[in-house]
Design a protein around this ligand. Sequence first.
Ligand SMILES: [Zn+2]
Length: 243
Amino acid sequence: MEEIIVFIFGLILGSFANLIIFRLHTGEKILFARSKCLNCRKTLKWFELIPVASFIFQKGRCRNCETRLSLQYPAVELLSGLLFLFIWLKFLTYSPEFFFSLAFWFFLLLASIYDLKHQILPEEFILSALILAISAKFFFFKDIFFPSFATGFAIFAFFVLLWFITKKQGIGFGDAKMALALGIFLGFPKAVFGLIFSFWLGALVGIYLILFKKAGMKTPIPFGPFLFLGNFIAFILNLPVVF
Ligand SMILES: [Zn+2]
């Protein structure tokens, strides 16, 4: 039962994530504005805003003008629901650590999806995640507070180095900051496993895209989503944390 509640909560916040990502890009106010169809500008009713279900019942089209709706909406809702579900399955209790983890990964999900769409990791999301990572260590893991900072900064330095080597084309400075937040949050050696998983995932997808000619060697592929997924896998797995 708890699984279903947490999953639905994740779906609803996923719907909110779509809104935040869209409005951060257009500069509209995040709250206090009703959602509209992007094509006909008709204000959406409450039953057109139900995560995933509305999309399925409306067969992916606006009820008024029948324009196709982006698959991004249900996809992000579903991803957010699954994210919440996996985090719940790790903690199985409404502990402060559980809520900190939800918030931390939710901000990084926002950042990753924004990165996929617009090739930039927004400062707002990354800084929020960084503050959450520092607070989580401070409140719950005081004994490993400084060592986890060392892990974070070592990974950060590695990314800044990559940023210079790739002449600021491949890895961005945003990736370095996101890696810092992840390094502090996961600690050693989890964050190192997370990093390795991220590079494996990135390489796999890169090879796939080039083999199937969906991208050339020079096509910029955002790294944020890989950092997110690789580290989330390391987070969920029962790997030991030394510091
Ligand atoms: Zn419409």
